[in-house]
Design a binder for this molecule. Structure first.
Ligand SMILES: Nc1ncnc2c1ncn2[C@@H]1O[C@H](COP(=O)(O)OP(=O)(O)OP(=O)(O)O)[C@@H](O)[C@H]1O
Ligand SMILES: [Mg+2]
Length: 273
């Protein structure tokens, strides 16, 4: 069974798609089988990497949990070894309407993905607005990763938008629904001149007690660098074009997934020697 990570925020443009693509890229480079899923009706992730074998279908049948569904018809192969993708096929946002209709509709994606074999990691990209489709992606996850651009406005959006969304879904746990994943806040597009420590302190103070430690602000910080834009333009994982970005992506993977730390450390030594 794959570990499912959903990259999300109630804020747009904070680095969700870039983080999804590059986290997937680094995990695939470590030899894991990785499945990316584009759950954003604006399908940026779907074309982030070149597609070698396009599938005829995309995310819609998974969210709808169509009976008799052969998921292999939904999985496209990218040109990056080990990296597959389920593309967005919902330009009109019909899945938002579908998941609005009943609560159980928001749980079907999780059930479908838990039956999927052949991947160690699944990473879901989502839209930057609080819709029932975003809630569906959050419910599906074992781990929640939320990029926070390093200014006060974004940190407050995390506290006022992203965190309440997760806490509200957690209330469902009292009714026997599967647990909502722990939330990791990732300081993103760090500007060297900003006082990141004060933002971290504010976020940590605001999140620790109400969340009973199910929210953590990560030690890994992703800086603002042109390499991340270049990676999107060149349709390549950022770790292939920039050594600093490679080490940041490895740090991010190690902090999110401590169970694979030893493989990551071997990969780091492989580069240094
Ligand atoms: N670390 C970075 N440094 C500089 N620019 C970055 C970095 N990461 C991403 N970008 C750029 O910032 C922009 C927004 O990033 P991205 O598309 O990943 O955000 P998003 O949260 O997915 O946005 P949306 O809410 O529209 O889906 C893109 O132009 C991307 O190339
Ligand atoms: Mg995006």
């Amino acid at each position: 069974m794959a570990l499912i990570t959903t990259v999300f925020s109630t804020k747009g443009g904070c680095g969700k798609t870039t983080t999804t693509a590059n986290l997937g890229g680094i995990l695939a480079s470590l030899g894991y089988r990785v499945l990316l899923i584009d759950a954003d009706p604006q399908p940026t992730l779907s074309s982030f990497f070149p597609i070698k074998h396009p599938a005829s279908r995309g995310i819609t049948p998974l969210v709808r949990s169509e009976s008799g569904l052969d998921i292999s018809n939904c999985i496209s192969e990218t040109t990056i070894p080990g990296l597959s993708i389920i593309r967005s096929d919902d330009p009109n946002g019909d899945l938002i309407t579908y998941t609005q209709q009943t609560v159980v509709a928001r749980y079907r994606l999780k059930t479908t993905l838990k039956q999927l074999s052949g991947f160690q990691f699944i990473i879901i990209d989502s839209q930057g607005a609080n819709t029932t489709l975003l809630q569906t992606a959050v419910i599906a996850a074992d781990i929640l990763l939320s990029p926070i651009s390093s200014d006060m406005v974004s940190s407050r959006e995390f506290i006022r938008g992203t965190l309440p969304l997760v806490n509200e879904l957690r209330e469902m746990e009292a009714y026997g629904t599967p647990p909502i994943g722990n939330l990791y806040g990732l300081l993103y597009k760090m500007d060297r001149t900003r006082d990141s420590q004060s933002i971290v302190r504010e976020l940590t103070d605001e999140t620790f007690f109400p969340s009973e430690a199910r929210v953590r602000i990560m030690e890994t910080i992703v800086p603002s660098r042109v390499a991340y834009r270049m990676s999107a333009t060149q349709q390549r994982p950022v770790h292939e074009i920039d050594a600093d970005a490679r080490s940041i992506m490895l740090d991010l993977a190690k902090e999110l997934y401590p169970a694979i730390a030893s493989r990551i450390e071997s990969a780091c030594q492989g580069v240094e020697t």
